[in-house]
Design a protein around this ligand. Sequence first.
Ligand SMILES: [Zn+2]
Ligand SMILES: [Zn+2]
Length: 344
Amino acid sequence: MNVPERMRAAVLHGKEDVRVETMPVPRPAAGELLLKIGAALTCGTDLKVFRRGYHAAMIKPPSVFGHECAGTVAAVGDGARFAPGDRVVVANSAPCGTCYFCARAQENLCEDLQFLNGAYAEYLRVPERFVRKNAYAVPAGLPFEHAAMTEPLACVVHGLDETAPKAGERVAVIGLGPIGLMFVALLRERGCRVAGVGRHAPRLDLARKLGAETVLEADANGAWMEQMRQGERLDVVIEATGLPEVWAQAIGLVRRGGRVNLFGGCPDGTTVALDTKRMHYDQITLFSSFHHRPADIQAALGAIARGTVKPADFITEEHALDALPGLFAEMLRTKRQVKACIRP
Ligand SMILES: [Zn+2]
Ligand SMILES: [Zn+2]
């Protein structure tokens, strides 16, 4: 493959400031890959980062931006595990494999977890550890934009693995962004009965389409909470908004003996008060699953390849790279899109 000298790439400069710029195409060192991006997907985390201007763990500006992608290997460094022309999906993090947490299959908590950004670009250099630990061949016939949904789906796979909802259990998903909607899809696949709560009509419709039997609009006065309480008991509640007040609501909604996954990460420094009587005498179990492990990435790619989760349900539009800054500004305002595909 002929690799040019220069490329276009989106750079995050700060709060609501993303620019598409021209820069040199990186060259892969030993063990590394250069990926020609086939498709990159927008993500709720990117929107959050765009609004705040940084992410404490994952990205400090100025930095190339975007983390959900798949593409074709354009060049390889010595000893890399793939060959030019291979279709590859890479996760946005790579664990060290040797620390206390990695030794306990909790690679998401790795003491030296490295993050990869730069999906919104024509080319992405994939560092050696990512190639070794968390890059995978895209199954034949699977479009890049479908493979690119592996990473967010892996977070959901991780959350379900910990919460372990069983067939027939009634599960509420609060927050119907892309992550909440992926929960709906995988919960249905497990035979759970799902109630979804969200704000935006297209997303409520998609929750229904994905098989939620109850879909409620999250009104400001909390009428949805009352409706939820009057319905059948909830065995499991998944919180997918990242708002402390919704964390508290989620704990309040689950049945006695139920499980709650506080899945949405809240802003730094926020706290939630716990009703000790409720927690103990009603025997509530809390989970708060963060990120994903390589095994979750593999399971998510498998679920996409098998058609258990259909990325086409989630990817509501497609744009060129130059449209990205305007698209982010619009996504913050309208929440019309679930996920958008960027084709650099
Ligand atoms: Zn993401
Ligand atoms: Zn580690």
